[in-house]
Each structure stands twice: as structure tokens, then as C-alpha cells.
Design a protein around this ligand. Structure first.
Ligand code: AMP
Length: 193
């Protein structure tokens, strides 16, 4: 893995461990020479993950739409800041720059980005590992809901099993590196998206 896109909250939440884990994740990525691709903000968990990498001499590429630069307070100390026209271009650009997907605690925006990447994987549009850092069990109820979707016949079990989950950064990154994608048609490339 050369670059991981991290989706996470533009807020910090009210458990200090969320921000701490985000900062530590950034540092770990930098030490493992994995570039961080993220939404470009200075605020929330997003800002923490970026700072963790930058403080450890990592490469951080932020991707933010012009209209959000002020609202989400873009980080002006990144290795690179890419400005896009809209949210859709942002997500596509983040996807094209990365070969792994990781979700940290967050809100609606985080879930939206994560699930879009998951559905693209389900359609065979990319072969990258999709992971959840489940800090303090933050996503336990969501994971229960996903299991219910399998039980009730809306999601295939192998698609659920392909989501990598752990509370520990190092273990999760090891799982991502060892990930073997479900077979996807050879002719599929990012250009199909
Ligand atoms: P949140 O988890 O709601 O704090 O949002 C985290 C990030 O997701 C922020 O950078 C939001 O701008 C972004 N976001 C919110 N909605 C969307 C969307 N529909 N598509 C892509 N990114 C989004």
C-alpha cells in the first residue's frame, strides 16, 4: 500500500481517544511511508490525522472543494492541497490517489464516503482493502446492522466479510496489507467509475 484515503469526522466527538487515535494513525502511516489522502480540513478528527502524519515527516495530500475551504478550515501546512469543483470530484480524486480505504469515527459525511467506496468495491470497480478503525467500539452498532442486512438477505456475506475491522491501528494496517480482493473482472479499471 502506497497511499490510504482516510474518512473521518470534521468534528472531534466527545471522547478524547478519537482524536488521539487519529493522531496516532497519522504518525503510524508516516512511519510506514504510506501517504495520507484525506479531506484537507484542519478541524476535527480530520485535522488530527493530518497533523499526526506531518509531525512525523509524512506525505499528506488534502482534497477539498472550493466552497468548503472556509467552512472546514483547510489545512495550510500539507504536502499538497488539491482544490476540486464539487463533492463528487473530491471523492473521485481521493479514490484515484489511494490504494486503501480507512474509516475512523465520524458523522454523516464519513459514512457517506465510506459506503460509496464499499459499494464501488461490491460492484468490482476497485480491489482495495476497506477498513474500519473501531476506536472504543464506536462502530459496534453499525456493524451489528450490517450483519442484520446479511441475515435478512440484503447483503452477501462475502461482501460483509471483506470489511476489515479492528480497534488497534497496527493490527488493522497489517490486515489491510494482507487483504486479498474478491475476484474482479480483469478489464475493470478506475476509468469505469
Ligand atoms: P462528517 O463525518 O459529517 O463530519 O464529515 C466528514 C467529511 O465528509 C467532511 O469533510 C465533509 O465535507 C465530507 N462530506 C460530507 N458529505 C459528503 C458527501 N456527500 N460526499 C463526500 N463527502 C462528504
Amino acid at each position: 500500500m502506497k497511499a490510504i484515503v482516510v474518512f473521518c469526522g470534521s468534528s472531534e466527538g466527545n471522547d478524547t481517544e478519537f482524536a488521539q487515535d487519529a493522531y496516532d494513525l497519522g504518525g503510524t502511516l508516516a512511519k510506514q511511508h504510506i501517504d495520507l489522502i484525506y479531506g484537507g480540513a484542519k478541524i476535527g478528527i480530520m485535522g488530527k490525522v493530518a497533523q499526526g502524519s506531518l509531525d512525523n515527516q509524512g506525505t499528506v495530500i488534502g482534497v477539498i472543494p472550493e466552497f468548503l475551504k472556509r467552512k472546514e478550515v483547510y489545512h495550510d501546512g500539507l504536502s499538497e492541497l488539491i482544490i476540486t469543483q464539487n463533492m463528487h470530484d473530491r471523492k473521485l480524486r481521493m479514490h484515484k490517489l489511494s490504494d486503501g480505504i480507512l474509516m475512523l469515527p465520524g458523522g454523516f459525511g464519513t459514512l457517506e464516503e465510506f459506503f460509496e467506496m464499499l459499494t464501488w468495491a461490491q460492484l468490482g470497480l476497485h480491489p482495495y482493502p476497506i477498513a474500519v478503525l473501531n476506536t472504543n467500539g464506536f462502530y459496534d452498532e453499525l456493524l451489528q446492522m450490517l450483519k442484520k442486512m446479511v441475515k435478512k438477505g440484503f447483503v452477501r456475506k462475502e461482501n460483509l466479510d471483506a470489511i476489515l475491522v479492528d480497534e488497534h491501528i497496527d493490527i488493522l494496517l497489517d490486515k489491510m496489507k494482507a487483504f486479498k480482493p474478491l475476484s474482479i473482472p480483469q478489464w475493470m479499471t478506475k476509468e469505469q467509475i
